[in-house]
Design a protein around this ligand. Structure first.
Ligand SMILES: [Zn+2]
Length: 273
């Protein structure tokens, strides 16, 4: 067969060898990229349980719980289930879940009662992650001291509740925490809570300045404990508040962190507007 190479035989062999090396190199690069993408995609999913089912009448948990689920599942590593029967919390085995999201405010002290709180406390003490959403700070009012130790800050009905619903800026105050390490401050339309009370050590991640009294209030924080992963965020009065890009990112990353993920998903290099 006539060679297509017009150069002397040794030059042709050298050229073929170089082409061969390049093809092998390119194949290795492609395989490496494919393998790393596969590894990212095949990271084990984390199971998250949203607990809801009762709230202040102005909080439409039937709408906000699915909206929150949808926002969390934008991180494909999070598999989110919902428990909308508060009575069942005391009986539910939480151990299969990597994080539990408290998205309720109960008005009947007996539902989910001390047994429900005990279950959450022991879940966190055994390494489970916890997320508190908006008026979850007002849950378990009858066990306020114990609940404050769990979620860092709780609703004090004697304090002013919140600024009038409207737009305000959420300032990310640290990039030293994994949740906010790549986040920027953002604007949202929501309720700026001014009613939190407690002195449990917390690390504040985001704050806002009230237009009513010009004071700075914590908007998102974690409980400062080396072995606990508890993320508490006050945003999310309604579906629009949860769908705000910055708020959604905060909840997504806060929940991923609470569920024990080391870093944000490589597919989610998101930044707030
Ligand atoms: Zn609200």
């Amino acid at each position: 067969m006539q060679s297509l190479c017009s150069k002397p035989a040794r030059s042709c062999d050298a050229a073929r060898s170089r082409w061969g090396q390049m093809i092998v190199f390119a194949s290795v690069v492609l395989l490496t990229v494919a393998a790393s993408t596969q590894a990212e995609d095949s990271q084990p999913q984390k199971r998250v349980l949203i607990v809801t089912g009762e709230d202040y009448p102005g909080h439409k948990w039937q709408l906000t719980a699915p909206a929150l689920k949808m926002q969390l599942e934008q991180d494909s590593r999070l598999r989110v289930e919902t428990l909308d029967d508060l009575r069942a919390l005391a009986e539910t085995d939480l151990s299969p879940f990597d994080a539990v999201v408290i998205h309720f405010k109960n008005y009947d002290p007996s539902i989910p009662g001390q047994a429900g709180l005990d279950r959450l406390v022991s879940y966190v003490e055994q390494g489970g992650g916890l997320v508190a959403v908006h008026f979850a700070c007002g849950a378990f009012q009858e066990f306020k001291q114990e609940y404050e130790l769990l979620v860092g800050r709780v609703w004090n009905p004697e304090l002013r509740g919140h600024d009038p619903y409207g737009t305000f800026r959420v300032d990310i105050v640290t990039n030293e925490h994994k949740i906010t390490q790549s986040m920027k401050s953002f604007e949202t339309e929501d309720e700026l809570y001014t009613c939190l009370d407690g002195d449990t050590p917390i690390q504040v991640l985001a704050t806002s300045i009230s237009k009513v009294d010009s004071k700075t209030y914590p908007i998102a924080f974690v409980v400062a404990h080396p072995k606990k992963r508890v993320f508490h965020c006050l945003l999310g009065h309604n579906v629009m508040g949860l769908e705000n890009a910055g708020a959604a990112e905060l909840y997504r990353k806060g929940t991923a962190w609470a569920a024990g993920m080391a870093l944000p998903s490589p597919h989610q290099q998101e930044t707030s507007p």
